[in-house]
Design a protein around this ligand. Sequence first.
Ligand SMILES: [Zn+2]
Length: 72
Amino acid sequence: MKLYLDFQPCQECNTMMAGLSSPEMLFADPKTRADESAKFLRHLTYNHNEVVQAVIDDLPKQKRDQEFDFFK
Ligand SMILES: [Zn+2]
């Protein structure tokens, strides 16, 4: 799932996002990548509540879009 988030990343966010898209991480094993993603999501949950809320608000809409595609 791809999320387009509109929020102000803090310094920690920037560091983690840079880490997640770094070549080291792109070639890391899936477990390490999953751990790093989870760490970032945890940070968002605790420090950027508006992001989590935006994702939750957006989910039903995405589901509707998918169902629409399915019935086309
Ligand atoms: Zn942050």
